[in-house]
Design a protein around this ligand. Structure first.
Ligand code: NBG
Length: 1000
């Protein structure tokens, strides 16, 4: 039956247009006479029926003498005919006749410009491809309505000054223009990638390399993140729940691309989209540089927390600094560490959104004047600053895993202040005035690379104040937009201080409340003490921040007054309410007299003003109560909590180890462990199942191959895949005892050397991998790196030793390398002196990936042992309780002869450089040995023996490896964040949900 027929020539419609956007293969002016060529290799998915979502295209040259009959079998849609007709037109084809043929589809009788049939096979294919792209866009992909933009049009919180006006806008039109989400089908993704190549990068879409492909793909993904970001922030503004702000001087983000793809659930279409365009996802990913705005565990923890906060739909933002130079790049040349600047922004950072209108002035120096105000004689303090810089916001969207929530990480950059000191320009020296102003930007130029050493550098204090001042102004501004007074502030705001680094936020909030909002001390203090909570991350005394009063006074005169006031009232309270006096009072004072002058103890300030303080593992939380904060625990026991650290299993298992993730999902029959890590327990019952063990061995092998390839790139060596891949990766620090590790390697080497060829047959081969950065000024740590390199050089070239032992130092250890190293390891070393490592977090990542721990009863190792069973780890060494006593006694220690032997080999120049290694040797001999290497050495060697013997029995090892993963459910940062939210922040999940009465 002929439902409709007509003679159509040159349809008047301009061009095929779907959702207001042009199609990918739009032909260019001037090309019109050329045959139709369609870029890419996207073909229709022929599903055989014309049900919704599928289509078929067929070309027939037999049916008519003069025309090619193109049959398009697709479910009808309004406007379909117009779109298809204009598509033919776009291809320079004339449509003679159109027919709906029942059971077959729509038929088009077409001819080319010369009135000829389309007989060339390639032209035929191109027509099919072009049509299929258009059809794809019509029938496929989610076209989900986007309710938030409409419902809360006033709400989209860019965090800045509210935009004036808008009454003249045609809202209906604006809503309809963007009333659906970007589609995530392959063609739409390709279109957006190519769009960004051309219009964001301004590159040729016919020629772009992997890096450009990465940037374009990142921008296209960012568009999708922005949709969620806007929705989430609009939703939160509408709901106005209590929010939590995570203040941290460090966020060690690593790469974002794969994480965003995974959390948005679009890895597969992006992979297909890229490969359709001719790019390998793997290579494109490698083009991303790590965002390394942190030193180590503390910064990485902050990043894991953001991922969990978003995934748990918490109303949370992170605040930090957008350093221009991140963690330095470590180059190892002849065994010596060299630091190179990490200017990570060279090609731009595609994930961030600059907010040029979200700016705050941040003041420094100057003096404070006092004014009497009003009839009650209230004093008002005015800080007349000597320097002012502008903080500009950069927002980094943090997508939750498969939730619509997208949290925000707001990083501040310093820019010269606009208004300040215009006079300077009029004094004649225009050029040097500008140069002077430029100095402002140095505040956020560089991350301090010191890990656990406090150095009282003025610039560092400036950074801290800069971060918290901009942050507090932003938070108060956001609050005031919706509230007329401060009464509800503690019900709307929680702030977590990540270590003491952001502690100046306390006097800054007091200053804002009192001096800028005219609140009295009592009310301001009441508010302040209800909003702040503080996490301590170390008991090492050298890490505890103490700023000279003289420096604080000079840089932040008003804050110093406030700190004095806080301290005075605190000491009063101690005397009056707790009967404390004398030395004890002095011991608890925030301000302390030292041989270097008066100092502000930042941890005490944080403690006094916070409603809660927490340690980062059970043992550490207990230790802080007994040691550094003992006196405070005595008066405020209720303030103290434990929040055992965790890591995000999205990045540290699902993304970095896809074969293992797949095996886990297949075995558990669900992917739910990606948000409920406890489910990993379900692996326990398979631990002894031989078939499962074989699969487990298979995925471990895959990960080991990747690590082996990395070593090959590094050294040229092909390592023995049968060897134990034994890994210690972390910052180099005496307390982490990399030195002890290498001493045991030295002994192992010596033992192999002294064996007969027959005996060597029984040796379990090892590949020892060590990586980590030394703080640039940490001399001993740098010598440790040199020692590892020297041992590596001797051992690796010793043909007698061959495959039985290899040692590698992996330079520039960072998040991206960790993502390869951790899954590929069999054994990992967590060997700090008991009582020194607050928690450790790599131990959790290794355990999740089925790597066995050799370690001391320190930090979170203790809880890991509880969860996966001590018998599945290689525990050794003295107990934390014994440490103080053993330290006292260390000069009388009967040193283990093996320890002495290893030390002597180094001392006697077996690995060269003996003079250079002397200070290292000295640090562990002659009664010094603060970290008790000698005490633990024998027990460490025994644990290493157990490692070797258990490796020999593959089944035993595999069982332990499976049980490691199975027992790591507790160590998800989701669990940690859930506890923070419940016990400390009192914030609740706020999953963005469609507004009532609105259409979905
Ligand atoms: C570190 C501890 C680690 C801990 C991380 C995260 C500092 C000051 N502390 O043991 O040394 O895992 O913090 O809590 O960097």
């Amino acid at each position: 039956m002929m439902a409709k027929a007509g003679r159509v020539r040159r349809l008047p419609t301009a061009r095929a247009s779907v959702s207001g956007r042009r199609v990918v293969a739009q032909r260019r002016r001037g090309d019109l006479a050329a045959p139709v060529r369609v870029a890419g290799s996207v073909g229709p998915r022929q599903t055989g029926g014309a049900k919704d979502g599928s289509f078929k295209i067929a070309l027939d040259n037999e049916g008519h003498e003069d025309f090619t009959i193109v049959t398009v079998d697709v479910a009808d849609k309004p406007g379909l005919l117009t779109v298809l007709s204009s598509t033919f037109h776009d291809m320079n084809l004339n449509v003679e006749k159109v027919e709906y043929a029942q059971g077959e589809g729509i038929k088009f009788w077409v001819a080319d410009e010369n009135e000829a049939k389309i007989e060339d096979a390639e032209d035929g294919e191109n027509i099919k491809q072009y049509l299929s792209i258009v059809l794809h866009k019509l029938v496929r992909g989610s076209n989900k309505a986007r309710p938030y933009a409409q419902a809360f049009s006033e709400g989209a919180d860019s965090g800045g000054v509210p935009v004036e006006g808008g009454d003249h806008l045609n809202r209906e039109l604006l809503y309809s223009l963007l009333d659906s989400y970007l589609k995530n089908d392959v063609v739409s993704i390709q279109e957006s990638i190519v769009h960004h190549v051309e219009f964001t990068l301004a590159r040729s879409r016919y020629k772009f390399d992997n890096r450009e492909a990465y940037f374009a793909a990142a921008h296209s993904l960012r568009d999708r993140l922005i949709e969620r970001w806007n929705d989430t922030q609009a939703w939160l503004k509408y709901k106005d729940p209590k929010r939590v702000y995570y203040l941290s001087m460090e966020f060690l983000m690593g790469r974002t691309f794969l994480n965003a793809l995974h959390n948005l659930g679009v890895i597969a279409p992006y992979q297909e989209a890229l490969s359709g365009l001719g790019y390998e996802m793997e290579n494109v990913q490698q083009a991303e540089r790590d965002a390394a705005l942190g030193n180590g565990g503390l910064g990485r923890l902050a990043s894991c927390f953001l991922d969990s906060m978003a995934t748990l739909n918490l109303p949370a933002w992170g605040y930090g600094i957008r350093y221009e130079y991140g963690m330095f790049r470590q180059v190892v040349s002849e065994g010596f560490q060299k630091e190179q600047p990490d200017y990570w922004l060279t090609f731009g950072y595609p994930w961030e959104i600059e907010r040029p209108h979200v700016t705050y002035p941040v003041k420094f120096y100057g003096h404070v004047s006092v004014h009497e105000e009003g009839s009650d004689g209230r004093q008002n303090f005015v800080w007349n600053a000597g320097e002012e810089v502008t903080a500009v916001a950069y927002d980094n969207p943090i997508p939750g895993f498969k939730t619509p929530t997208c949290a925000n990480l707001r990083l501040w950059a310093a820019k010269p202040c606009q208004e300040f000191d215009l006079e300077a320009f009029n004094t004649g020296d225009y050029v040097s005035s500008i140069i002077d102003k430029q100095k402002a930007e140095t505040i956020t130029s560089v991350l301090y690379p010191d890990d656990k050493t406090f150095e009282g550098k003025e610039l560092r204090l400036k950074q801290q104040h800069f971060m918290v001042s901009a942050t507090l102004q932003d938070i108060v501004r956001r609050y005031k937009e919706q509230h007329k007074d401060f009464d509800a502030f503690p019900e709307k705001v929680a702030m977590q201080l990540n270590d003491t680094h952001p502690t100046l936020g306390i006097p800054e909030l007091m200053r804002i409340l009192m001096d800028e909002n005219r609140l009295g001390w009592t009310q301001s203090w009441d508010i302040t003490t209800k909003v702040f909570s503080f996490t301590n991350h170390t008991v090492l005394p050298e890490a505890l921040e103490q700023w000279p009063v003289s420096l604080v006074e000079k840089l932040l005169p008003r804050h110093m007054q406030i700190i004095y006031d806080i301290n005075w009232r605190f000491l009063q309270e101690l005397q009056q309410n707790h009967g404390i006096s004398g030395d004890k009072l002095g011991n608890m004072s925030i301000i302390v007299d030292t041989e270097y002058g008066k100092m502000v103890r930042m941890a005490y300030l944080a403690l006094v003003a916070s409603h809660t303080v927490n340690g980062v593992a059970a043992m550490h939380s207990k230790l802080i109560k007994e040691t550094i904060f003992k006196d405070f625990n005595a008066i405020w026991p209720e303030k103290f909590q434990n929040k055992t650290n965790g890591v995000t299993q999205r990045r540290w298992l699902a993304q970095c180890n896809p074969p293992l993730a797949k095996l886990i999902t297949d075995t558990l029959g669900t992917e739910a462990w990606v948000t409920h890590l406890d489910l990993l327990q379900g692996l326990r019952e398979h631990a002894e199942d031989e078939e499962f063990q074989q699969k487990w061995a298979g995925v471990k092998k895959e990960a080991k191959v990747k690590l082996a390839n990395m070593i090959k790139d590094l050294s040229g060596d092909e390592v023995n895949m049968e060897a134990i891949f034994d890994v210690q990766v972390k910052r180099i620090h005496e307390y982490k005892r990399q030195f002890m590790n290498i001493l045991s390697v030295v002994l192992r080497y010596d033992r192999i050397k002294s064996m007969s060829p027959e005996e060597r047959k029984d040796v379990v081969p090892r590949v020892v991998i060590i990586g980590g950065k030394a703080a640039p000024g940490y001399d001993l740590a740098k010598r440790i790196i040199k020692l590892i390199s020297a041992v590596s050089e001797t051992v690796n070239k010793d043909s007698e030793v061959g495959d039985l032992l290899k040692v590698y130092f992996v330079p520039d250890y960072n998040v991206s390398l960790a993502e390869v190293i951790i899954p590929g390891s069999d054994l990992n070393q967590q060997i700090s002196t008991a009582g020194t490592e607050a928690s450790g977090t790599s131990n959790m990542k290794f355990a999740m990936n089925g790597s066995l721990i050799i370690g001391t009863m320190d930090g979170a190792n203790v809880e890991i042992a509880e969860e996966i069973g001590e018998e599945n780890m290689f525990i050794f060494g003295v107990d934390a309780k014994e440490v103080p006593e053993l330290r006292e006694q260390r000069e009388y220690l009967q040193v283990d002869p093996q320890f002495q032997h290893a030390v002597n080999m180094i001392k006697n120049g077996h690995f060269g450089w003996n003079d250079y290694f002397n200070p290292l040797i000295d640090s562990v001999t002659g009664g010094r040995d603060w970290y008790l290497l000698a005490n633990d050495f024998n027990s460490y060697l025994q644990a290493q023996e157990r490692v070797d013997s258990e490796w020999r029995d593959k089944k035993v090892w595999l069982k332990k490896s499976i049980l490691s993963t199975a027992g790591s459910g507790k160590f998800s940062s989701d669990r940690t964040i859930h506890e923070y939210a419940e016990d400390i922040w009192k914030v609740e999940p706020q999953p963005p949900s469609p507004p009532e009465g609105r259409r979905e």
